[in-house]
Design a protein around this ligand. Sequence first.
Ligand SMILES: [Zn+2]
Length: 189
Amino acid sequence: MIRHCPHCGQANKYTEDRKGKNVKCRVCEKTFFVPYKESTESYWPLVILFLFIIVIVLICGSIICNKGGSDRGSSSSANRTTSTSGARTPEHNLAIINNRGWVSEDDISVRRFRFLLGKLDKLCVESKKQIADMTVSAQEILANKYGKDINLLSMMEEMYKTMLISSPSGGGNYAETLAIQITMWGTGG
Ligand SMILES: [Zn+2]
């Protein structure tokens, strides 16, 4: 076995039976204790743990950076959800998706979406956020499955009319009605 002298750094070769005993360095002739494991070996678990923590910190950092990036309103696909930012309201997100680009918060379409979400919220069991997300998903289904490009605002206007007829006193199921409506939009003219 090779053991380094703590006084001069010389690598000395000893027989295995010197473990747990004091040995003499061949170069500086000072004595030192030989532990059962060389001290540098016992650092390895700590070094590995330290590297592991660094990797975790880097991964978390990049996740936070990516989230920040999509929050800044780029036109990436990540933007096609109404949950990109806590600051934006569902109606503002809907207006941005509808416009396929940025619109200001006082845009007329934002006000229209706000009105529709408010009405649908009262007519349906789902929350405004769920209603908004489902309508966006429905638009994607229509584009991907049926090749239909239907305006988001028109979709929600029609959903409002349908819900008003089917559940005028509230308690309506937006998800169910939307599923039927998707088939109608998808297969219709
Ligand atoms: Zn030495």
